[in-house]
Ligand binder design. Structure first.
Ligand code: ADP
Length: 320
């Protein structure tokens, strides 16, 4: 069989949650077009409320889309819902472990739900791969939080889906566990599994993902290879506290300054094109004496500002 070019493809995807007595209707996805290349580790990055979970839940069949098209592994979720769903394993955000089962039973139940024949189940291998081999017969309520999360990953993989989706996988997870989880996930990716993860940490996406899509307020504002995206964000900002307060932004030659509310002068530049020293020279040349000085590197908020400059509300996902 021909393998699809894209593991997941969405076209014009819209989700509107209907109004309730207390809440107005909410358009959580506003016509999302997204193509997730087969074989990638793909990051879906965005602040809280951006629409990431809504997107994942539509893929998982937990939320019904309002309009648009979605294909998972080339299978349309309207026309072939079962086949589409069989192609993904989803690790949900919430830890919803079945406390009355052992990990082995839990995986067996899950395999049963997906119709995996007994002879094809690789329960022990899966538990071993996730460092749960010696916990196969323990009660789930005796497992640590980290172990429970790994069990969730094992459950998502019982039917050997070609696409694994992790929704905010490291929320509340300690550093060592995060490493283990990533090692396993990267190993799966090397075996050909496409991995999609949602996160609101730029650093996490940056470290793991080869491609990153940035979602904000229900829209994809960028989708490109990680290196390319980061180069685009390669800005630094010098923040100068002037000796005497400035009435207007001074002329800084090739640089553009902004006066902040607190009276400081902020000058952003591409680190490839200029240096802090060059900025300071321009500031001094404009007759500004410098009382104090700070530099700032871009963080996720700058990313959104840079990508959504025409939308002043972009940083506040709770505002409508
Ligand atoms: P994220 O996962 O990026 O934090 P979500 O997809 O959870 O974002 O939420 C997107 C928007 O949709 C938010 O404004 C949220 O309040 C709203 N929303 C999410 N789920 C529901 C729901 N079941 N009913 C109404 N509104 C919802």
């Amino acid at each position: 069989m021909d393998l699809p070019e894209f593991a997941i493809e969405a076209k014009g995807l819209v989700k509107t949650y209907p109004a309730t007595k207390t809440m107005p209707a909410k358009q959580a996805l506003k016509g999302v077009d997204l193509q997730i290349p087969r074989g990638s580790i793909f990051g879906l990055l965005g602040p809280n409320g951006a629409g990431k979970s809504t997107f994942i839940n539509i893929l998982a069949g937990l939320v019904r889309k309002t309009s648009g098209e979605v294909r998972i592994w080339g299978r349309d979720i309207d026309q072939r819902p079962r086949d589409a769903r069989a192609a993904i394993g989803v690790v949900p955000q919430e830890l919803a472990a079945d406390v009355f089962f052992t990990p082995r039973e839990s995986l067996d139940v899950q395999a049963g739900l997906y119709g995996v024949p007994k002879g094809e189940r690789r329960t022990q291998e899966l538990l071993g791969a996730l460092g749960l081999g010696d916990k196969a017969d323990a009660y789930v309520r005796q497992l640590s939080g980290g172990m429970k999360r790994r069990l969730m990953v094992a459950k998502a993989m019982v039917h050997h889906p070609p696409v694994l989706i992790l929704d905010e996988p490291t929320a509340g997870v300690d550093v060592e566990l995060r490493r283990q989880l990533w090692n396993y996930v990267v190993g799966l990716n090397h075996q050909g599994v496409t991995v999609v993860l949602t996160t609101h940490y730029l650093e996490e996406a940056q470290e793991l993902c080869d491609t990153i899509a940035i979602v904000n307020r229900g829209e994809v504002v960028a989708c490109e290879p990680t290196g390319q995206l980061l180069r685009r964000l390669d800005t630094r900002t010098v923040v100068v506290t002037p000796q005497e307060s400035l009435a207007v932004v001074p002329n800084l030659g090739p640089f553009e300054g902004r006066l902040r509310h607190d009276g400081r002068l902020a000058v952003s530049f591409k680190s490839g094109d200029a240096s802090v020293e060059a900025v300071l020279q321009a500031v001094r040349a404009a007759g500004v004496s410098i009382k104090d000085l700070a530099t700032e590197d871009p963080d996720l908020e700058d990313v959104f500002l840079a990508l959504t400059y025409d939308n002043p509300d972009a940083l506040d996902p709770t505002r409508d």
